[in-house]
Design a protein around this ligand. Sequence first.
Ligand SMILES: Nc1ncnc2c1ncn2[C@@H]1O[C@H](COP(=O)(O)OP(=O)(O)OP(=O)(O)O)[C@@H](O)[C@H]1O
Length: 267
Amino acid sequence: MSSSPLAPGRIDLAGIDFCARDGRGILQGLDLAIEPGERLAVVGPNGAGKTSLLRLVFARLQPTRGRVSIDGRDLQAIAPLERARRIAVVGQSDLPDGRLTLTDYIGLGRIPHRARATAREDRAAAGDAMALVGLSGLESRRLDSLSGGERQRAGIARAMAQRPSILVLDEPTNHLDPRARADMLALARGLGITVVAVLHDLALVSPFADRVAVLSAGRLVAHGPPMQALSAETVRAVFAMDCFPFTNPATGRSLLVFDTPPDASSR
Ligand SMILES: Nc1ncnc2c1ncn2[C@@H]1O[C@H](COP(=O)(O)OP(=O)(O)OP(=O)(O)O)[C@@H](O)[C@H]1O
């Protein structure tokens, strides 16, 4: 069926340099392999290059040097429509027209399948996506009548209606309260596809991610499971923050707690 999900995608960034048009180096010497089904968090201070990295993954940008590939195929060699079927993006600056109904908005995710899928497949994919994010029943609601959390979930539903094998999220928890943030990331975690997410809140990384990529000034300075990659030394060096491991006594879950060091004024 043309709208079936593909198996989770593998992403390889090999020997990546990315320079802006003015020649300024934004990313340097980046090597990163993202396994099928992995949840990768990308973190780093403002301006470290996180959004640029995401844009390389969905071919909005092309590397100056090196290669980005999906399942071993060079991203640039994949036709734009096929790329759009494989990779879904929920960005920070998605500003859909508030007059759209939820059904119309989620239907936008079906555009890459338009020439191949039947109307029935489109309806099934949109209905599944709405149910997945818990928005069933709101089909005829206008986007401007939804709460911030419902809108975020609508964005995920639009992306999942695409039936992608890779989901790219740029700060998916913006404007959400603490519980809604946790719920949003639990939703993203359970999708069964490869998810690459920029997260600004470091405390959300370990509950969400299998691995984290830490960027600083355009370089990958740590990469691995959150409890290892977000070591006290790395967090102090990159974010000028203290970091303490903590175990939730009720669940046994390992978490990281962050604090401003006493000498923060010397940053
Ligand atoms: N097209 C461009 N031309 C010139 N500089 C750019 C361009 N795109 C990004 N930059 C610069 O590259 C650096 C990295 O930007 P990027 O948006 O990737 O960082 P970021 O880690 O996502 O930042 P933030 O956390 O603030 O969103 C910034 O200094 C930015 O000004």
